[in-house]
Design a protein. Structure first.
Lengths: 210, 242
């Protein structure tokens, strides 16, 4: 799942969650994270995850996509759980509910909230230069995505060397990313020139208005 | 494996708060540096490189396990040690927002990956003086940086989960008055076999999955740097960031 696709749902989604105030949604996420960090009660954590699943179920959001992305933390969690000696089911479930609850709440936030609104809210608590970097990184994703997709198409049409020839395979990927690095640096230069022409000093005015 | 994909609620609270505090101090230094130099161009360049890292992570590398690139070492070599942390923080925060690693772990993750970038930067500069060919220099710098950052990751996981009771408060639920119990009875025999984090097992798993990952990342980073050196060598001179 690409970040650019997530942004589409955040911008054009029609669910009641999309209409909810960003501040309320971010406070709800904070509450979920605090519960995950503080609580070790399987009933509370299980209840929390169930509640989040109910929110996903009863909202017109891309349910399967949200659940699929929120399951990602399980990959590392399995590695961690395997490293615990004499682990019992209850402990495993506590960690699983913690991981899934936190991930689901965050994924729900980004699927239903425009990134400008998220960074606009963050700008009230974070230093300006940091919010600028976050905003520009996210914005640059969309600028670079087109170049990246073209490169991936080139790779698809020309065909990647077989894995049986690993050095050639890695060299092709390396050359591709190398080209992408050079293009990105050029994009960075152009981006800065555009910012300067539009009067950028040290902050983005429209982030403050959100 | 060189960075933490740990979800929220696993690492001890004191440790991730410490991670954020260290990163906070780093941000104060960056703030004063930016104020002094008024080099806002760095903000744009850093951000674009962050986007590059995020996009490059989606390139599929199907070697036994599905790996993804991390590029922190490459970032360190390109931007220098001071500003790499800013890119890494923004990448980690955006990744955490899409469920890739916990939001509480962002500070610690930034420390681990910035350490990787710093090691790669200094090794690259150091080895470049001794080797003629750039490929082995880039490969060795990246590989050592990855090994060091993975060691840091293991150390953080160990420190943050050393006392699992602290993390899951389990001990309090099982044994409320341990001081009054006979420590030879059956209950405590069972209790001795309580859950504990086996660091050796964790290291073994990390080494199994990590070694291949380090090699792949080092090869790809070396090919990237080799390509940049042929096409636009001035990008490797670090004259705009250090």
């Amino acid at each position: 799942m690409k970040i650019t696709d997530i942004d589409y749902y955040a911008e054009y989604g029609k669910s009641w969650l999309n209409r909810l105030s960003t501040r309320i949604k971010m406070l709800a996420v904070l509450l979920v994270i605090a519960t995950v960090v503080i609580s070790s009660d399987i009933r509370i954590l299980g209840g929390l995850y169930l509640a989040l699943l109910l929110v996903v179920t009863f909202s017109s959001v891309p349910k399967l996509k949200i659940i699929k992305i929120s399951l990602y933390p399980l990959i590392f969690l399995i590695l961690f759980l395997v490293s615990i000696k004499n682990i019992v089911l209850q402990t495993a479930l506590i960690f699983i509910f913690k991981a899934l609850s936190a991930a689901t709440s965050l994924v729900l936030l980004v699927f239903t909230t425009n990134y400008i609104k998220i960074f606009g809210t963050l700008s009230k608590i974070m230093p300006t230069f940091l919010v600028n970097v976050l905003f520009l990184t996210y914005r640059s994703l969309f600028i670079l995505a087109k170049t990246f997709e073209s490169l991936m198409d080139v790779l698809k049409f020309r065909g990647l060397p077989a894995i049986k020839r690993p050095i050639l395979f890695l060299k092709t990927i390396g050359n591709l990313v190398g080209f992408f690095v050079i293009k990105s640096m050029e994009t960075g230069e152009n981006l800065y020139d555009a910012m300067k022409l539009r009067g950028y000093s040290d902050s983005f005015t429209y982030l403050k208005n959100k | 494996m060189s960075h933490l994909h740990i979800p929220d609620g696993i690492i001890a609270v004191w440790l991730w708060i410490l991670g954020y505090l260290i990163i906070g101090i780093y941000f104060i230094a960056v703030y004063f540096q930016l104020k002094k130099t008024v080099e806002y161009k760095k903000i744009a360049m850093i951000s674009v490189l962050g986007a590059l890292m995020l996009l490059s992570m989606s390139i599929p590398i199907p070697f036994v396990l599905p790996y993804h690139l991390n590029l922190s070492a490459l970032l360190g070599i390109l931007t220098g040690p001071f500003y790499a942390g800013l890119t890494i923080f923004s990448v980690n925060l955006i990744l955490a927002l899409v469920g890739h690693g916990g939001i509480t772990i962002v500070g610690l993750n930034t420390i681990v990956l910035t350490a990787e970038a710093i090691v790669a930067f200094f090794l690259f500069r150091l080895l470049r003086k001794s080797f003629k060919k750039i490929f082995p220099v880039a490969f060795i710098s990246t590989f050592i940086a990855l090994v060091i950052s993975t060691a840091l990751t293991v150390g953080i996981v160990y420190a943050g989960t050393q006392n699992l009771d602290y993390v899951i408060h389990k001990h309090n639920n099982i044994c409320t008055d341990c001081a009054n119990h006979d420590h030879d009875n059956d209950y405590h025999k069972g209790h001795e076999e309580a859950e504990s984090f086996d660091i050796k097992r964790f290291i073994a798993l990390v080494l199994i999955t990590g070694t291949l990952g380090w090699t792949l990342e080092s090869f790809i980073s070396a090919f990237i740097i080799n390509y940049i050196n042929r096409v636009k060598p001035d990008l490797l001179e670090n004259n705009w960031t250090y």
